[in-house]
Ligand binder design. Structure first.
Ligand code: EPZ
Length: 462
């Protein structure tokens, strides 16, 4: 009896997906606005005291956290489905202290340090800390802000920055980044828009989300040239005005859909897409045997029944995106041949390997390089995604597995994919999202897959 009591105490409600494998998909999938663009565009609204309207914003938990953080520092922010209205006219100096729990909940919010320093002259923001995929340092952000004329100190887990010049204004300068960092490029790009004089960024990151940020900042009156290349020039201006901007489509979500099509050997169309944002992914899928065509803003993908293994090495844009490494590895477990998958951007982004091996995948991992021996059928089981993109990989793998899988870790998935299950069910997948009582990991004996099954009850269709 004590054991059942102990189990009851251990039990907690966890959401999970039940995914029926080996179903063919067909039809059209809609791509939402890019999470990694929307987040930095929200931060950029801090640069003006006029209203910024953002359209095509995906409804995600990361966006909710950023909204709460901006409200906490004085931004008046309202949301109408996928449109945000942001008004930071009442930003005050006390706004410059960002709440610890929100910055820790969303490390991407650290880029707010750039606009707040440029707008208010000082800012105090918690160290964002690392996450499961890596230590996520911020040295490039700090060195760039110092170069622009700020005193930046780390004091008890906080970054405290203050503009040195008596005019309380940053000064344009030439900055060469030591590594290609999306976040650091965004932080310094935003700070430089209001600096005195011209800033030149060398070895800048080239991701489409940075191009989207520069497009919006130029609409606000900034003078930025070269975004999307490794050298960006920013001529500082005295103030920025409000604007209306629509977020670019999410290239990582689009790539995830293309991989879902390939792993189920199904023909799909997806839109809207900007193909040059996906060139490296499209060419790898073509190489492994998928026919991909583009017309208007729609991609269509027709995979051959037998696909071939291809090698990938992740690298900053325009290379193969690290955010699609895990979903692509799931695909490689189902094709003929051996593929070499090298992760060069983050130091710990192979957590999905263990879960794929539990599905029967043959993968040899050496450091950050995985050798995937493909050609076998994945078997359905209970799997857990440890971070946003490895959770997406678990869903993708389950689509091709023999049987019905249970995918947990949805708190990660909901951060970056808007309505993933309804979108997949819309093209023929069979995914139900349930909340049920499951055993938290504890020293109790691990449930077998069958035992686990009778713990679950379908409560709602996703
Ligand atoms: C952005 O993270 C994205 N997040 C990540 O997407 C994406 O994986 C990453 O860029 C790479 O493309 C957002 O845009 C919100 P980085 P970011 O700075 O900016 C090193 C997802 O799944 N580095 O480009 O944090 C760092 O250690 C997320 O949507 C420094 O050394 O990434 C890493 O090795 C995950 N010093 C490399 O640069 C610094 O100061 C790339 O990091 C900053 C970074």
């Amino acid at each position: 009896m004590q054991r059942m009591e102990a189990l009851k105490k251990e039990i907690s409600l966890l959401p999970f997906l039940k995914v029926e494998g080996k179903r063919k998909l067909s039809g059209h999938m809609r791509v939402s606005g890019a999470k990694n663009s929307a987040l930095v565009l929200m931060a950029a609204s801090l640069l003006t005291n006029e209203v910024v309207y953002l359209r095509n914003v995906p409804q995600l938990t990361d966006i909710d956290v950023m909204s709460r953080l901006l409200r906490a520092i004085g931004s008046k922010l309202s949301q109408d489905s996928n449109t945000l209205t942001l008004n930071t006219s009442e930003l005050k100096l006390s706004s410059s202290h960002l709440p610890y729990e929100l910055v820790h909940a969303l490390r991407a919010s650290f880029v707010c340090i750039g606009p707040l320093l440029a707008r208010l002259g000082e800012v105090k923001i918690p160290l964002p800390g690392g996450c499961k995929i890596g230590t996520r340092p911020i040295d490039e952000h700090i060195q760039g802000l110092r170069a622009l004329g700020a005193r930046v100190q780390i004091e008890n887990d906080y970054v405290v920055a203050k503009v040195i010049s008596p005019q309380q204004r940053l000064t344009g300068v030439r900055i060469k980044f030591n590594c290609k960092s999306v976040g650091a490029t965004e932080t310094i790009l935003m700070a430089a828009t209001l600096a005195q004089g011209t800033t030149i960024l060398e070895n800048a990151a080239q991701e489409p989300e940075i191009q989207d940020l520069a497009t919006m900042l130029n609409k606000m009156g900034a003078k930025i040239q070269g975004a999307g290349t490794s050298q960006i020039t920013i001529e500082g201006v005295d103030r920025l005005k409000g604007c209306m901007h629509s977020v670019i489509p999410d290239r990582i979500e689009a790539g995830t859909f293309l991989i879902a099509s390939a792993i189920t050997r199904s023909t799909l169309t997806i839109s809207p897409v900007i193909p040059e944002h996906l060139e490296s992914v499209i060419s790898k899928l073509q190489k492994c045997g998928c026919l991909i065509e583009y017309s208007d803003n729609t991609l269509s993908i027709i995979p051959r029944e037998s696909l071939q293994a291809v090698d990938i090495t992740t690298s900053p844009f325009p290379g193969f995106p690290t955010d699609l490494q895990a979903p692509f590895m799931a695909l490689m477990t189902t094709v003929k041949g051996t593929s070499k998958i090298e992760e060069t951007v983050f130091e710990n982004r192979m957590q999905h390997v263990g879960e794929l091996q539990r599905m029967g995948a043959k993968i040899l991992l050496e450091g950050n390089t995985a050798f995937v021996v493909g050609g076998n059928i994945l078997k359905a089981t209970s799997i857990t995604g440890g971070d946003l993109r490895s959770c997406a990989a678990m869903v993708i793998a389950s689509l091709a597995a023999n049987g019905t899988s249970i995918v947990q870790g949805l708190e990660h998935l909901d951060r970056g994919y808007e309505d993933l299950s309804p979108k997949l069910n819309g093209v023929g997948a069979s995914i139900t999202r349930s909340h049920s009582q499951v055993q938290k990991t504890s020293n109790l004996t691990t449930k077998t897959y069958e035992d686990t099954q009778n713990l679950y009850s379908d409560t709602e269709v996703a």
